[in-house]
Design a protein around this ligand. Structure first.
Ligand code: ZN
Length: 201
């Protein structure tokens, strides 16, 4: 085994970077070296941005998203359609829908999906808060934008049952052919779902 190539401070930086999703030890070394070379142009602003995030990022008390203001930017936006709440498992899903400009509604972040195998039950997710929001007088529709996985669909069914009493329409995302997708390449489950959920042309 070779010894350390750099001092403990640099090794520590590399170790921390290696914990980021998508970065292994090798790319963490590359990233550390890049940051050190761009100390003024990149590393200092990054450190400042991280410190701001530590100081200011909060969980939105309405929807469970994260932002530097509370209620978050989306919840505070008066142009949003308050009749629609889009339920997502994670903030990453909310960001994905926002990038796609997919909806003008509000969101509700569950903080995961039900997963008996991983010991995630209803009490671990923001389901109670969703049910009380769904009873709000303005709310007309709850869109369940959850993963098309067993856990995602189990969660969707569970929430749908709970919302039976609320005066809202509960919808979920369509399953089927992706935009630009070729039928020959789709798996059987997707193809079967697309046929079942066909729409009038
Ligand atoms: Zn919010």
């Amino acid at each position: 085994m070779a010894g350390a190539t750099a001092g403990p401070e640099i090794e520590r930086l590399i170790q921390l970077l290696a914990r980021l999703p998508g970065l292994g030890p090798r790319s963490a070394r590359r990233a550390a070296l890049h940051l050190i070379k761009k100390r003024e142009a990149l590393m200092a602003p990054l450190a400042a941005a991280l410190q701001t995030a530590i100081d200011k990022v909060e969980v939105c008390k309405v929807c469970g998203s994260i932002d530097t203001q509370n209620p978050c930017t989306v919840c505070a936006d008066a142009r949003r359609d308050r009749a629609v709440i889009v339920v997502v498992a994670d903030v990453a899903d909310l960001w994905a829908l926002e990038r796609a400009h997919a909806t003008n509604g509000l969101y509700h972040v569950l903080g995961g999906t039900l997963s008996p195998l991983d010991g995630v039950g209803p009490q671990d997710l923001a389901i109670g808060a969703l049910v009380s929001r769904a009873h709000g007088p303005e709310v007309k529709e709850i869109i369940l934008a959850l993963n098309a996985t067993v856990d995602g669909q189990t969660t969707a069914h569970y929430i749908t049952d709970l919302l039976h009493e609320a005066n809202v329409k509960v919808t979920r995302l369509a399953h089927g052919v992706p935009v630009g997708g070729e039928l020959d390449y789709l798996d059987e489950g997707t193809l079967a779902a697309a046929i079942r959920q066909r729409t009038l042309f």
